[in-house]
Design a protein around this ligand. Structure first.
Ligand code: NAD
Ligand code: UDP
Length: 331
């Protein structure tokens, strides 16, 4: 039997495929390469290029492959873009989930692990954020993902499709050997942008706002290493295979770092000066997002190996140095 990884050519999905292959698991990848890279997919996985929203294509994949469970990363995930183009997000993310669950139901596949996000919580009333806290997104990206959680809930009630929603906080880092890593085009995430400045590919980091309600005025985020994150998905697959009920878990480190602290850490790791200037706030950014992640540790048995941001940034820096132009496949 195979695990189907949707979005397996993307940043997080490619690390997931790699970890599954290392665990001797048969893997099928579906990706339309809208933001992903063919070269990021471990060669041991079987690849189908196509769109999750294309029902005929998805039925074909499920007809061909012995799929036991699905891990669903395929989505758009850029907060400011979602503010400008909300319908693009509801179409791809939320719409894609409806097609996927219809195809899973038709093929009697009853387990799904889903990439949810801290953005579903909106502006939290308390830090650290617990899974039971209110989910009130303040941007369309977070809203599109919350709707996907709700759709999975009702598909569970009606059809018994069990899900685990993993609400990631800020994912960073790369496989430590630097063979796969983060390559979004255009890049919007803080860590790779800081490292592009360190590389000399950008002149400076623009820090988006320093008048937030945080100790140094810049946003506070909770960074989790991409390989630790992938391992949590493997535990979630085991949790569902053991017959457990649907559930949701935060995945973070429980420690917050401000944007200024991340800059300092990156200067330490790279030894580069990394010039930075202050810029206007970016729409849709909550002050602080820090996870309470003891639930994943207690119920899934998750034990992240990376517990400081310098080590996380170091793995991203290794990837950046080995692949100065990313996957180098822009067309
Ligand atoms: P990514 O853009 O690198 O990967 C997404 C992959 O999905 C890409 O390979 C893309 O080509 C594919 N894809 C998108 N729409 C598709 C469609 N309709 N059909 C087929 N393939 C499609 O993003 P990522 O950073 O790896 O994020 C993966 C998931 O994790 C996303 O769902 C995102 O919302 C979630 N997430 C990411 C972060 C983060 O910090 N990167 C935080 C929280 C949640
Ligand atoms: N950020 C920044 N400059 C940049 C990119 C990001 O100041 O060039 C800030 C952003 O406003 C947020 C934090 O870095 O406070 C993390 O942003 P990212 O896009 O990496 O992740 P998000 O928290 O939006 O998922």
């Amino acid at each position: 039997m195979s695990i189907l990884v949707l979005g397996g050519a993307g940043y997080i999905g490619s690390h997931m495929v790699d970890r599954l292959v290392q665990n001797d698991q048969d893997v099928v990848v579906v990706d339309n390469l809208v933001t992903g890279h063919r070269a990021a997919i471990n060669a041991a996985a079987k690849f189908y290029q196509g769109d999750v929203r294309d029902k005929d294509f998805m039925n074909h994949v499920f007809d061909e492959e012995p799929i036991e469970a699905v891990v669903h990363f395929a989505a758009f995930s850029v907060v400011p873009e979602s503010m400008a183009k909300p319908l693009k997000y509801f179409d791809n993310n939320t719409g894609g989930m409806i097609t996927l669950l219809e195809v899973m139901q038709a093929h009697d596949v009853k387990r799904i692990v889903f990439s949810s996000t801290a953005a579903t919580y909106g502006t939290p009333k308390q830090i650290p954020i617990k899974e039971t806290d209110p989910q009130e997104p303040i941007n369309p990206y977070g809203a599109s993902k919350l709707m996907m959680e709700h759709i999975m809930h009702w598909a569970d009630v009606a059809y018994g499709i069990k899900f685990v929603a993993l609400r990631y906080f800020n994912v960073a880092g790369a496989k430590p050997d630097g063979s796969i890593g983060e390559d979004h085009g255009p890049e919007t995430h803080l860590v790779p942008i800081i490292l592009q400045v360190a590389q000399g590919k950008r002149d400076e980091l623009k820090i988006f706002g320093d008048d937030y309600n945080t100790p140094d005025g810049t946003n506070v985020r909770d960074y989790v290493h991409v390989v630790d994150l992938a391992d949590a998905h493997i535990l979630a697959l085991k949790y569902l295979a053991a017959g457990n009920e649907s559930n949701a878990f935060n995945l973070g480190s429980s420690t917050g770092f401000s944007n200024k602290q991340m800059l300092t850490a990156a200067r330490e790791v790279t030894g580069e000066p990394i010039p930075a200037t202050l810029a206007a706030r970016r729409p849709g950014d909550p002050d602080s997002l820090v996870a309470a992640s003891d639930k994943a540790r207690e119920i899934l048995g998750w034990q992240p190996h990376y517990d400081n941001v310098n080590d996380i940034i170091k793995t991203a820096w290794t990837w950046t140095q080995k692949h100065p132009n990313g996957y180098d496949d822009r067309h």
